[in-house]
Design a binder for this molecule. Sequence first.
Ligand SMILES: Nc1nc(=O)c2c([nH]1)NC[C@@H]1CN(c3ccc(C(=O)N[C@@H](CCC(=O)O)C(=O)O)cc3)C=[N+]21
Length: 302
Amino acid sequence: MSATIIDGKAYAAGLRTRIAEAVADMARQGATPGLAVVIVGEDPASQIYVKNKARQTVEVGMRSFEHVLPASTSEAELLGLVAQLNADPAVDGILVQLPLPKQIDAQKVIEAIDPAKDVDGFHPVNAGKLMTGVPGFVSCTPLGCLLLIQSVRKDIAGLDAVVIGRSNIVGKPMAQLLIGQSCTVTVAHSKTRDLPEVCRRADILVAAVGRPEMVRGDWVKPGAIVIDVGINRVPNLAAGEGKTRVVGDVAYAEAAERASAITPVPGGVGPMTIACLLRNTLQAACIRRGLPMPAVDFAPAA
Ligand SMILES: Nc1nc(=O)c2c([nH]1)NC[C@@H]1CN(c3ccc(C(=O)N[C@@H](CCC(=O)O)C(=O)O)cc3)C=[N+]21
């Protein structure tokens, strides 16, 4: 069987086009959504994400407010900035890039963000809304994964879904979203016994562990939908000393021989994360202005 390659880059580009149209409509009514991104420290990989986010924010017609703080920033200083952004009417969405330096309690910062501006969906209020089936902000990466799953199969009710990883930002919200679609959900993690066997039961397999190519081809049930959340930088021996390449948590070539559909890395989930951030920012801007949320998601596949 040859798997459908789920083109997250193309899906994300389409989503951004529709977001841009909605933003243009809002602008005609004199309202422009604004997204504030805060980064603490000079981690080069983080800087790249932040630059990409800022570029795409402006490309869809939103205002981008970038705050780059030194690695030595204190918790009180960061909380001060968050308070200022909470109070700023031009800011609809706030993203504080994780991880944060050791001297800052990330949970405290997340809880300081106004839930109405929490476009990452990390605030306990939004996590709780997701858990209880109340509309709120859903974490961008799991939301992007669900849209990609629905791009190849509309009705996933009753399917067995296995999520590898139990983080608050991916694994747990992913499981909640799949429960919401009436899947039978298993959350596996580092203490799971016989992980390969658990994975082999999955009609939908979501890998979010951060270990390069951990999921092997023979862990994949024939016909499964495989979603690879991992972004791991590994040495690229073919390209020479010091060169790296990006691989997922799934051994892609092996898994593609058994899956019915699979996301590549790069070009799969990653671009969807940023597109969903912009989608959530549009949602925040609409709610804060009392406007209806325009339909920007694509209709699921048959
Ligand atoms: N508060 C917070 N929210 C986040 O959403 C958040 C964060 N902190 N900290 C860092 C991670 C990482 N992240 C990515 C987003 C897009 C790509 C992306 O677009 N990746 C491309 C390029 C990959 C590459 O070549 O490096 C792809 O997968 O095709 C990757 C990673 C968001 N994060």
